[in-house]
Design a protein. Structure first.
Length: 661
């Protein structure tokens, strides 16, 4: 432990020292270097004894370590007689008003992250000496990095740790907070072996460092080796799926002792991990965010499945270390089932109580979730259903769900979104009424529409699907992509731009639209009468082919697809999942779209052979409430989508009424 009455050692000396076991979990390597970008400045942290006059109610300050943007101390909070960690920043940080405002916003948001697996934030502010500070929970234990240096962790313990990290991430992501720098130094292990994730949101704060500090080239990227590909591209919008990539990199390192660089060897072959773990690693480390686990809870569910196969359920840490939390969780879950059953009962009795209401998580929209486009428009970067978004936007003073009353308004927003690189679909304040009309939630006249085109009659249909292609279509690179075939049964050419495929697996929903993101040659989407188009589905072959290629696979133990026109009308819906799809078999449809069945031989892009075994007849999706989804990728034109989908929202500033004279 450092001498509390001496000046901190020189930078060269401190960079080599190793803290003791009791303080390792809260040293700057874990709580400062990782989140604040490393590097050094000319600033020397104050002596521990110098801080006590500035921190009323705290005593016994002990210097732990310093990083590029500040220093970490421990202290005793007198009112509760508990040891806390105190992080202070150099005084020049407080000279930048914009940075101070961001610091305060982030600290308020982080203070709300009260979760068993997240290091808690207790207080923040600035001292009389001009230091911004943040007071955090002090964790008795070590960083995961220190644990990994001491011993090789068994697979069950590795998966248990990552599952707890996923719990913390999901909790934070649901509240609009992205970590941006998950790695072993930011994962703490307390004395009971429970995980605590540190420094939520501070990587974002580090990226906003004022120019008075030393330059940190690429700091916004996160830590090399753990950062997602999109974090390395400065012009790319980073969302919560970057944390999933970093968690996958950490998982791989824990299993193998190495980081996953380039084309990496599966953990099962490198370290003898179970092959089922390979799937989790590869899924988390996909190049494109759309191909990864879409939620941290999805990754945790995959880990839980593997753990059950290994004979160890993921329940022990919460029960052992947090009995009250566990007991309350059981109560909450039990009440949730009661409400769910009541909702189902109401539905069956005809009272039409919406099922989703029983499952809705009450989340608040905060200013920290806003991405300003200009003085009038902003994007809420949190995945809400339309009902949740329309309800919780009210929490944002001065904002409402966006509405459009002219093409000029819509095209102006399209330009702003393009400048920011935002291509994700966005909810706006319009919905479909019970009689099939449309309305704005504000009650304003629905006097303008910008719909995507509707499908002609008869519409283009999917006539063949091969989710487990091994030899039917093989590219020069040796890749065998999944694929499906679209057929035009009409008498006129059809432009397939904007047609939409959803792939439902047992845990994840993937979707994509035919358009600029997946097609190099727009002319290839014009399907002549009687023509057939083969669309590939693969995560990493888009650069190899000129054909349309969605960045996701169709292969899954269980799955089904839904085919929609650009306006959101369901053309074909598979009411049953395929189970254990045979390799190179084909699920086919006759050319009038009325009968489905199996074919032993697939014929991509060519007339199909007769069906050998009839399956089921596709039916339209059960009617669900739908709202307007705006598509930035298509000049912000509109489609309809079930309101249960989770996505970002577009909001517009409310013009406050002027006071009467």
């Amino acid at each position: 432990m450092a001498d509390t009455n001496s000046k901190p050692a020189s930078t060269a000396t401190r960079s080599r020292k190793t803290p003791g076991a009791k303080l390792a979990g809260m040293n700057a390597l874990a709580l400062l270097e990782g989140a604040m970008g490393g590097g050094s400045t000319d600033w020397e942290p104050p002596e521990a004894a110098e801080l006590e006059p500035d921190f009323k109610g705290y005593r016994d300050f002990q210097f732990i370590d310093r990083g590029g943007m500040g220093a970490v101390y421990s202290a005793v909070q007198e009112s509760l007689e508990r040891r806390v960690a105190v992080k202070i920043l150099p005084p020049e940080m407080a000279l930048d008003a914009a940075f101070v405002e961001r610091f305060n916003q982030e600290a308020r948001l982080l203070a709300k992250l009260q979760h068993p697996h997240i290091v808690a934030v207790y207080d923040f502010g600035s001292t009389a000496a001009g230091h911004l500070f943040i007071v955090m929970e002090y964790v008795e234990g070590e960083s995961l990095l220190e644990v990994m240096k001491k011993r090789r962790l068994p697979v069950r313990e590795v998966l248990d740790i990552i599952a707890q990290v996923c719990d913390a991430l999901q909790f934070a992501h649901d509240r609009g907070v992205i970590h941006r720098d998950i790695k072993p130094t930011n994962i703490l292990m307390d004395e009971k072996g429970a995980v605590r994730v540190a420094d939520f949101g501070l990587a974002k704060l580090a990226a906003a460092t004022p120019p008075t500090t030393s330059t940190r080239t690429g700091m916004i990227m996160g830590t090399p080796g753990y950062a997602a590909p999109e974090q390395r591209r400065a012009d790319t919008l980073v969302d919560h799926r970057a944390d999933i990539f970093s968690t996958g990199a950490t998982l791989y390192e824990m299993l193998t002792g190495h980081l996953p660089v380039g084309v990496f060897v599966p953990p099962s072959k490198k370290s003898g991990a179970p092959p089922s773990v390979d799937k989790i690693v590869f899924k988390a480390l996909q190049e494109l965010p759309a191909d990864r686990f879409q939620r941290a809870s999805d990754m945790r569910a995959a880990i839980a499945t593997v753990m059950l196969r290994l004979g160890t359920p993921l329940v022990k840490h919460t029960i052992i270390t947090r009995p009250m939390v566990s007991m309350m969780s059981c109560v909450i879950i039990g009440m949730g089932f009661i409400y769910l059953l009541d909702a189902i009962n109401n539905e069956l009795r005809g009272t039409r109580a919406p099922l989703h209401a029983a499952l809705t998580t009450e989340l608040a929209v905060s200013d920290a979730m806003l991405v300003q486009l200009d003085a009038e428009y902003a994007v809420v970067r949190a995945r809400f259903s339309w009902e949740d978004a329309s309800r919780h936007i009210d929490d944002l003073a001065g904002w409402k769900m966006a509405e459009f009353h002219s093409d000029e308004q819509r095209l102006a927003v399209a330009g702003l979104l393009k400048e920011r690189g935002i291509t994700s679909p966005l909810w706006i304040g319009g919905y479909e009424t019970e009689n099939g009309g449309h309305a704005w939630i504000s009650g304003a006249p629905f006097d303008h529409a910008a719909w995507m085109p509707a499908a002609p009659e008869p519409p283009p249909i999917i006539t063949e699907i091969q989710p487990k292609n091994e030899t039917t279509l093989v590219l020069p690179s040796g890749t065998s992509p999944d694929w499906f075939e679209v057929f035009n049964p009409g008498t006129l050419p059809v432009d397939l731009t904007g047609y939409h495929l959803k792939h439902y697996t047992s845990r994840v929903v993937y979707d994509g639209r035919l358009g600029p993101a997946v097609v190099k040659d727009p002319e290839s989407l014009v399907l002549q009468p009687g023509g057939r188009l083969v669309v590939y589905c693969h995560s990493d072959i888009a650069a190899q082919v000129r054909e349309p290629c969605f960045p996701f696979h169709l292969s899954a133990p269980s799955g089904r697809v839904v085919w929609l026109d650009p306006r959101g009308r369901v053309i074909q819906n598979f009411e049953q999942n395929w189970q254990d799809f045979p390799a190179d078999a084909s699920l086919g449809c006759d050319d009038d779209g009325t009968r489905w069945g199996w074919r032993a031989k697939a014929t991509p892009g060519a007339p199909n052979s007769p069906l050998e075994a009839l399956s089921h007849q596709p039916v339209d999706m059960i009617n669900q409430p739908r709202a307007i989804l705006m598509l930035p990728e298509f000049d912000c034109r509109w489609t309809l989508n079930p309101t249960r989908r989770g996505t970002w929202s577009l909001v517009r500033r409310v013009n406050e009424p002027r006071a009467a004279n």
